[in-house]
Design a protein around this ligand. Sequence first.
Ligand SMILES: Cc1cc2nc3c(=O)[nH]c(=O)nc-3n(C[C@H](O)[C@H](O)[C@H](O)COP(=O)(O)O)c2cc1C
Length: 249
Amino acid sequence: MLMIYFSGTGNSKYIAKRFSALMNADCHSIEEKLDFDKFLSGTDVIAVCYPVYGSCVPRIMREFVAKHRASFEGKKLIVLCTQMLASGDGARAFARLLPGCDNQVIYAEHFRMPNNICNFFLFPIRERERIRKTKAADKKIEIICSNIKKGICKKRGWNILSAAVGKTQNIFFPKIEEKERSSFKADQDCILCGKCVNSCPMHNLEIIDGRIQQKDNCTLCYRCVNLCPQKAVTVWLSAKTKRQYKGIC
Ligand SMILES: Cc1cc2nc3c(=O)[nH]c(=O)nc-3n(C[C@H](O)[C@H](O)[C@H](O)COP(=O)(O)O)c2cc1C
């Protein structure tokens, strides 16, 4: 089994790593420079893990799947995704990237994890929530692994209600996502340390003429916002960051 994941701020990475350790699976971030077609072709079961954005798969993951589509043919899929509250059919959104692939999904599950949007007044990041959600996720991973080993198939997000909840978000999020491709902003507190530039999974940023310039390729993962030592960075929502999310691994 091979696990591939994208994680902006660590939640999905945590799930991917824990799951892979229990299932004895190879685990790789899609940001690694690997011959993924070779890796994907050489396995029967592909597990994926990603954060849900507005009931959608993040653009960086969608682009990865589009690039390696042929290597997903005929594989069994396990879809794990992380979210702050609810996405409806956030896991099924992955299956939709591979039309005709529905019946190959052998397990799909959602994990409630801490919110990583740190510049919005609703759902503020709290330490006790981080601990509680991490413990609950650990238990859930054990159950999933045990079920998979017993051949039990569960597909969270595959019923009509989930689809309806998903629709309330995934009809408008793609428009936001497109509009916000160039929403990165660094304010006067920026010290040009380059942390955002070097950590951006989309290679969206560079320092030119003493300013951070963007290539309109933001995937809204919030890594830069949460990492900035000056809390000088925002994406999407322009409110100043109060408490950053430092992830769980
Ligand atoms: C742009 C964006 C959109 C999000 N949309 C949702 C959402 O629709 N529902 C939800 O429950 N959480 C949502 N979240 C929260 C994340 O899915 C959640 O914090 C996730 O675990 C972050 O994973 P990561 O640390 O692996 O990046 C969103 C986060 C971001 C950055």
